[in-house]
Design a protein around this ligand. Structure first.
Ligand code: RB5
Length: 146
């Protein structure tokens, strides 16, 4: 699996932790986020990351800012992206099973590093269940492509 990772300054340190953690999990990761804790704009990083997932360059994306909200709003503006802002393990699992989320958003100022890693591990390993859930996400696809 290939994952594109992006953060703004608020997510910079957590992104570094998640980058290393994905490597430990054997996941290929490319961090295209900001390169310091200097203030920057989450949209400059979240939108390009989401575009790369939508274009099929990466299987999944993980976007991190202070709350995760700016990144999730940005990513969800890109057609074909289903970005889930997730701060618990249950939601991380179910958003893969039900929503086939292809981007995960995290808030570095909301959760700690260990929980973020558990969420990432669960989300990376989660499988879409299809069936009625496929019908629902197809309706989102139909709306955004009409
Ligand atoms: C940056 O201060 C902060 O606003 C940003 O990281 C994010 O939380 C926005 O949603």
């Amino acid at each position: 699996m290939k994952v594109v990772l992006a953060s703004d300054h608020g997510g910079f340190e957590l992104a570094k932790e998640i980058e290393a953690f994905l490597g430990e999990l054997g996941v290929e990761v490319n961090n295209i986020g900001c390169d310091s804790k200097e203030s920057c704009d989450y949209s400059d990083y979240g939108i390009p990351a989401a575009e790369k997932v939508a274009a099929g360059e990466y299987d999944r994306g993980i976007v991190i800012c202070g709350t995760g909200i700016g990144m999730s709003i940005s990513a969800n503006k890109v057609k074909g992206i289903r970005c889930a802002l997730t701060h618990d393990v249950y939601t991380a699992r179910v958003t893969r099973e039900h929503n086939d989320s292809n981007v995960l958003a995290l808030g570095a100022r909301v959760i700690g590093v260990d929980l973020a890693k558990e969420i990432v591990k669960t989300w990376i390993g989660g499988e879409f269940e299809g069936g009625r859930h496929e019908r629902r996400i197809n309706k989102i696809h139909d709306y955004e492509t009409k």
